[in-house]
Design a protein around this ligand. Structure first.
Ligand code: NAP
Length: 254
């Protein structure tokens, strides 16, 4: 029985856990940061909260006699990915990562690429605009530096405390978001700029497609650098890598 720890917080992590949960030769634990107040049920045992940096994670891996570490965190969760790579190196533990590919701009997209959220604030310019912030609640505070804009702020959990912005509307919603609904949202709120991460995947692409159709500018915050570890782009491909790990070639009769 191989013990697997999945670092999660994404739809793919949940899907992977579900896929591996049926295997009799693996015991899977899913680790969540504990940011979301009512996370979706996962179908495997869940542990919650930080480990205390790379050293804490390494200690956890040793104490639990984990055999394989899987980093299936969000592409913008750079710290935990770096910690995972370091802890794997320190403990000599195999590590695999699920790396969802980013979106690519296509004809009609009006993307402004920026390196970080502070640059996204600056990219909105001085003149007042109506901005849809499709960012995590941790990141939106940076927009207090540009109070001239009107903001529509969507998050899974409430933004608390509310921002010191004179014109901000808050919307609580959890994806997936369909393009038709995103189109209606952008129109209803007369949005003329969207600020988004390049999350990749289908679940949050609707706003990008809707903005393209409406000719709305999207300020795209670039992805952070992530450690170079063996990785797959889809749940299926990663599950196949896990299969190779759990059942070496001779056992599969290949
Ligand atoms: P981060 O900046 O990379 O990580 C900050 C700290 O949170 C880590 O150092 C670690 O604490 C803890 N942590 C993060 N993911 C964890 C996990 N799966 N299990 C246990 N501890 C974890 O991460 P973040 O950007 O705040 O994201 C937090 C979580 O939300 C991640 O699980 C991520 O997959 C998910 N998420 C993030 C985004 C995003 O845009 N950043 C979007 C959707 C979902 P210690 O150092 O104490 O171990």
């Amino acid at each position: 029985m191989k013990k697997i720890l999945i670092l999660g917080g994404t739809t793919e992590a949940r899907q992977l856990a579900g896929k591996l949960a049926d295997r009799a030769d693996c015991s899977v634990t899913l680790s969540m940061a504990g940011r979301t107040e009512s996370p979706v049920a996962q179908g495997v045992p869940v542990r919650t909260g930080g480990f205390g940096g790379a050293d804490g994670l390494a200690a956890y891996l040793r104490a639990t006699r984990t055999d394989l570490l899987i980093d299936a965190t969000h592409p913008y969760a750079a710290r935990i990915s770096a910690n995972a790579a370091r802890a794997a190196r320190e403990t000599g533990m195999p590590i695999l990562a699920l790396r969802r590919p980013g979106w690519k701009a296509v004809d009609g997209d009006r993307w402004v690429l920026v390196d970080n959220v502070a640059d996204a604030v600056r990219a909105l310019g001085i003149a007042p605009r109506r901005v849809f912030l499709a960012l995590g609640r941790q990141e939106v505070a940076a927009f207090e530096a540009a109070p001239q804009h009107h903001y529509l702020i969507r998050s899974v959990d409430p933004v608390e405390p509310k921002l010191t912005l004179p014109n901000a509307e808050y919307l609580l919603a959890r994806g997936p978001f369909r393009e038709a609904d995103e189109d209606a949202l952008l129109r209803d709120h007369h949005i003329d700029a969207v600020v988004s991460k390049n999350s990749g995947g289908e679940a949050t692409y609707g706003k990008i497609a809707a903005a393209r159709a409406l000719g709305i500018e999207v300020v795209v915050v670039s992805r952070p650098a992530l450690p170079d570890v063996p990785s797959a782009e889809t749940v299926e491909a990663l599950a196949a890598m896990v299969d190779h790990f759990v059942r070496p070639v001779d056992e599969r009769g290949v």
